[in-house]
Structures are given as structure tokens and as C-alpha cells.
Design a binder for this molecule. Structure first.
Ligand code: FMN
Length: 365
């Protein structure tokens, strides 16, 4: 029996299998509003048979967008566009839908990757970024504005407001983005957080904002619906955020009733030295899993069904997430089910594609 295809329950949500579609920015929104691209892109992924689809980092306020084309959920117009999107997806698929709540902090105001991804200066149409401290991400980029306590309050309100909208839209799950060098990660890491108030200095102080926001949104979202957190387990820089601190954060989140932790790495510093290869982040997931009750998601160059099966089977993680691999092969879960002798959901319109000799691959509706 495949472990990868064993269901798992998060709060009131049961996932059909342990394959998660990782959040992936599409840089294809119009003033924060979802477009036809999102309908097509997420539509095809919702036919993939994965257990959960997490929508891309969605900005809780306009200043939190990585690029001007990022998805947002901060006003009635962005909510209406998201409603059209969700309604369309739900018409054709039962796949649970999660939303990743994002704020890019000092890594906002950038060009889309295919336009080079560089920061756009305010004089060239960009905007003032914010961060825990006025420390630029890289040489040659504009320094962010250090957030006042009043601005921190405003930010918390933005998260809560977005969560209210996400609940109204019927999202099944939320993921707080605390990874990849974006705003909440900037508060965690001593490399970007040089504050001397209650939000900087000690580990407890650096973790404070993320934990406060988690608690506030946990109160706002129905108790039975899962909220997880994505983190970077290390900055891959000497003196930065690391696995040891990540374990402390994970333990604190576990205590607060966090539904899962999604373990990525890097993104905070241009000086990071990452040893990239298959499973390169799995040891971090495994390292955290020893200390928490909540399920753990491993991600990063997991590309083969047997590889995913081994990660779950050996208990290194409870779920695996796929990003590039599922863009490359949007029927990855079908192929994995076929290889691992499991069953998978598919739209009834596609049932006739069941390969000869594999009758019974697709689950009935
Ligand atoms: C096109 C693209 C967009 C991404 N956008 C996000 C995002 O919005 N939020 C996030 O946490 N990670 C994002 N990531 C990182 C992925 O979720 C994932 O962690 C990373 O690509 C490693 O997994 P992989 O080896 O399966 O691609 C993105 C990755 C890609 C390729």
C-alpha cells in the first residue's frame, strides 16, 4: 500500500493523498485581481489528482506585492475577481483549495522574473518597501522603510482583513508565508531584523510578529479549518536564521494549534550558499518533525514518485509538495498512482484516458 496515497486529515479537511501543489506566483494579475491566466493555470492543476492546491502568495496589501502583477486580496475588487476564480474551479473539481497569505516586505516592488526580476526603483514606477529595519536586500537596491509600531498594527489588520475575505470565499485552508526572505522571514532573521524594540533582538522577539499574526488570523478563520505556516528552515548564511531557531518556532506554532508546517529554505540573502539536489530540504523537514505533533510538508526537488513515497514511507515528512515538477507534468499524481499501484481522482470527462492494463486507476466521483 502506498503511503503517499494514504489520506491525511488537517482540522476538518481530509486530503485524498499527501501530494500538495506548492504555491507558485504567476505574475499575471491585473492590479491584484486574478485573470484568465489563473482560471486556465489553476484549472488544469485542479484536474491533477493532488490532495491539495495552494494558490500563489497573495498579497494582503498592495505594498506587499513582489511585483505589480502579483495576486492580491485586499479590497472588494480583488475579492470579486477571486470569487469568480474559485467558483469556476469548484464547478469542475473537488480539490481542496488553500490560499497563501503573503507580504514581500523589502523584496517587494520588483519586475516579474521574465523581465529580469530586479527591484524597480520608486523613480521608475516602483514603490517604497517596508521591513523590520532599513536594511536593503542587496547592494544597489533601495532601502526599505523600517516599520513603526503603528505600521505593524496596520499590517496585522491587513492580514486579518484578507483572512475574513478568504473565509467568505470559502477557502478550505490558509498558509501563512513565513519563508523565502519575505516580510515575516525578514522579522525572523537577525540578518534583516536589527530592531531594538519587542520585535527585534532575542529569538523570542524576532518570532513575535509571526506568532502574533498567526494567533490573530487563527481567531478570525473558523476553528475547524486548517492554517499552516511555510518557513525557510535556514538562510544558508553564517549567523542567519537556522534549523535550531526553526525548531523553536515550530514548537511555538505547534503549541498555538498550527495545522502543519511547510519546510522550505533560503531567499533572505543574496549571499546564501545552497547545496541544491534531490531532497535537499528534506533533512530540515525531518529535523523539525522530531519536535512537533503537527504534520510536516517537505518540498524542494522532489520529482519522482518513488522518491516521494520514500520520504513519506520513512516518516521524514507527512506530505510532500511539488512546484516545478507539477508545472512540467501536470498529471504527476496520475503517473505516481500508476507507478505506486494506487488510485487517484480525475475529472469524469477524462476517465477514458485510463491506460490499458491500469483499469481502476481513477477513483469514482
Ligand atoms: C514559478 C514559481 C513560483 C513560486 N512562487 C512561490 C510562492 O508564491 N510562494 C512560495 O512560498 N513559494 C513559491 N515558489 C517556490 C515553490 O513553492 C517551491 O518551494 C520551490 O520551487 C521548490 O520546489 P520544487 O523543487 O518542487 O520546484 C515558487 C516556485 C516557482 C517555480
Amino acid at each position: 500500500m502506498s503511503k503517499l496515497f494514504e489520506p491525511i486529515t488537517l482540522g476538518n479537511l481530509t486530503l485524498e493523498n499527501r501530494i500538495v501543489i506548492a504555491p507558485m506566483c504567476q505574475y499575471s494579475s491585473d492590479e491584484g485581481k486574478a485573470t484568465a491566466w489563473h482560471h486556465a493555470h489553476l484549472g488544469q492543476l485542479s484536474f491533477s489528482g493532488a490532495g491539495l492546491l495552494i494558490l500563489e502568495a497573495t498579497a494582503v496589501e498592495a505594498a506587499g506585492r513582489i511585483s505589480a502583477e502579483d495576486l492580491g486580496l485586499w479590497d472588494d475588487a480583488t475579492e470579486a475577481a477571486m470569487k469568480d476564480l474559485i467558483t469556476g474551479l469548484r464547478e469542475n473539481s473537488n480539490m481542496p483549495l488553500g490560499l497563501q497569505l503573503g507580504h514581500a516586505g523589502r523584496k517587494a516592488s520588483c519586475a516579474a522574473p521574465w523581465k529580469g526580476g530586479a527591484q524597480i526603483a520608486q523613480s521608475a514606477g516602483g514603490w517604497q518597501t517596508i521591513a523590520p529595519s532599513a536594511v536593503a536586500f542587496a547592494q544597489g537596491t533601495e532601502a526599505p522603510e523600517a516599520m513603526s509600531l503603528a505600521r505593524i498594527d496596520e499590517l496585522k489588520k491587513a492580514y486579518v482583513d484578507t483572512v475574513r475575505r478568504a473565509d467568505r470565499l470559502g477557502f478550505d485552508l490558509l498558509e501563512l508565508h513565513g519563508a523565502h526572505g519575505y516580510l515575516l522571514h525578514q522579522f525572523l532573521s537577525p540578518l534583516s531584523n536589527q530592531r531594538t524594540d519587542q520585535y527585534g533582538g532575542s529569538l523570542e522577539n524576532r518570532m513575535r510578529l509571526l506568532l502574533e499574526i498567526f494567533q490573530e488570523i487563527r481567531t478570525e478563520f473558523p476553528a475547524a479549518k486548517p492554517i499552516g505556516v511555510r518557513i525557510s528552515a535556514t538562510d544558508w548564511v553564517e549567523g542567519g536564521w537556522d534549523l535550531e531557531q526553526s525548531i523553536e518556532l515550530a514548537k511555538a506554532l505547534d503549541e498555538l494549534g498550527c495545522s502543519y508546517i511547510h519546510v522550505s529554505s533560503g531567499g533572505l540573502s543574496p549571499h546564501q550558499k545552497i547545496a541544491v539536489g534531490p531532497n535537499y530540504q528534506v533533512p530540515f523537514a525531518d529535523g523539525i518533525k522530531r519536535y512537533v505533533r503537527m504534520p510536516v510538508i517537505a518540498v524542494g526537488l522532489i520529482t519522482e514518485p518513488e522518491q516521494a513515497e520514500a520520504i513519506i514511507g520513512t516518516g521524514q515528512a507527512d506530505m510532500i509538495a511539488l512546484a516545478r515538477g507539477i508545472l512540467y507534468n501536470p498529471r504527476w499524481p496520475w503517473h505516481a498512482a500508476a507507478k505506486l499501484g494506487a488510485k487517484v481522482s480525475a475529472p469524469k470527462q477524462y476517465w477514458r484516458s485510463e491506460p490499458h492494463g491500469l483499469k481502476g486507476l481513477f477513483l469514482p466521483e
